[in-house]
Design a protein around this ligand. Structure first.
Ligand code: UT7
Length: 332
């Protein structure tokens, strides 16, 4: 009689996490004080945002990413010569080129392996995680830094109250290490990743500038309600996809760590999954929407304060400009 055993596989296991926020925190009233035609009440009611961090002149995507990565490496006990892959999700690189990931690589003293940026706006961290996971599982690297970092406030038109109150700056990072797994959902590490995009929705969320068109950086423009509607529907689908791929159910999830764009979208996802509010990690109240940085910032906060513990099942999901969207299940 033959015994069917799951094939042994390589898993990308979380070995460390880190975060970095700009020094300056700006609350809603301070925006009103700076002349934005809004109110603390409107912003809180419609988005759940109370404050955001705004990068100063000496703080950039690369400096924030480097600080978050350094913390993650320290926690993992990993030195610069062990890191052989850096994937950075960002929409706000320091330079048009080279990739900000290579500047982070140099700043960390990492001289081997390879580094590149991923551009998927608010889904950037999920995309970066999926790319790093693929590289580790294929044996192209053994120890990866996956970073989401943004200075999104540099893209804001402070005269446009429909967007300027929504975003903030920051960075978060994970160290992933290739380790053998049994090939089951009980393994530690990234269990599954799911990515999507649909370029027909460009006009709903975009920046009105770029090196090949205007030669400027541009400002973010958004049709908020259209994005909101798509977010709720697409995120529900991609979460179902992750559960179906692993044979897990919503009741197995220990933590939902969603992209932090709007408290109403976050609450809708929690309700859809039947998760009590205590199992949903929320930072949007203090960080606002930090695009690709929001999920790793939230992961670092919840793992740092002892909520997320080794062995627990974490669901991440995000949706952003493109549109892009994606999800992943990670056993911490
Ligand atoms: O991370 C990428 C994904 N992004 C998202 O997921 C964002 C998704 N969208 C949203 O979160 C929401 O659509 C917003 C928070 C952007 C907007 O909330 P909303 O409930 O959809 O508001 P609305 O756009 O329908 O605007 C309602 C009213 C309008 O006034 P009128 O036309 O009803 O008189 C706006 O002019 O609120 C007004 N308004 C504001 N009022 C005070 C818009 N922005 C502001 C503001 N302060 N900052």
């Amino acid at each position: 009689m033959s015994v069917i055993r799951p094939a042994s596989v390589i898993r990308s296991v979380v070995a460390g996490f880190g975060a970095a926020l700009p020094r300056e925190q700006v609350d809603n009233d301070a925006l009103v004080g700076r002349g934005v035609d809004t109110s603390d009440e409107w912003i809180r009611q419609r988005t759940g945002i109370g404050a955001r961090h705004v990068a100063g002149a000496d703080e950039t995507t690369v400096t924030l990413a480097t600080a978050a990565a350094r913390q993650a490496m320290e926690r993992a006990g990993v030195g610069p010569d062990e890191v052989d892959l850096i994937v950075l999700g960002t929409t706000t690189p320091d330079d048009t080129f080279p990739a900000s990931a290579t500047r982070v690589q140099a700043a960390l003293g990492v001289h081997g392996g390879f580094a590149f940026d991923v551009q998927a706006v608010c889904s950037g961290f999920v995309y970066a995680l999926a790319m790093a996971d693929n590289c580790l599982r294929l044996g192209q690297a053994r120890t990866a830094l996956v970073i989401g970092a943004e200075t999104f406030t540099r893209l804001l038109d402070w005269e446009d109250r429909t967007t300027c109150v929504l975003f903030g700056d920051g960075a978060g990072a994970l160290v992933l290490r290739a380790e053998p797994g049994a090939g089951t959902a009980a393994d530690r590490g990234v269990l599954t990743t799911h990515l999507h995009s649909d370029g027909r929705h460009r006009d709903a969320l975009y920046v009105d500038g770029g090196p090949s068109t205007t030669g400027t950086v541009g400002h973010v423009r958004m049709k908020g309600q259209e994005v909101f509607r798509h977010a709720v529907n697409r995120l529900a689908e991609v979460v179902d996809e992750a559960l179906a791929a692993t044979g897990l159910s919503a009741s197995d999830i220990d933590w939902l760590v969603p992209h932090q764009a709007n408290r109403r979208i976050i609450d809708a996802m929690g309700r859809k999954l039947g998760l009590p509010a205590e199992k949903v990690v929320v930072t949007v109240d203090r960080h606002a929407n930090t695009s690709a940085a929001s999920i790793p910032l939230a992961l670092a906060e919840a793992a740092g304060d002892g909520r997320i513990r080794p062995g627990q099942l974490v669901l991440i999901e995000a949706m952003g400009g493109g549109f892009t969207w994606g999800s992943s299940l990670i056993r911490w």
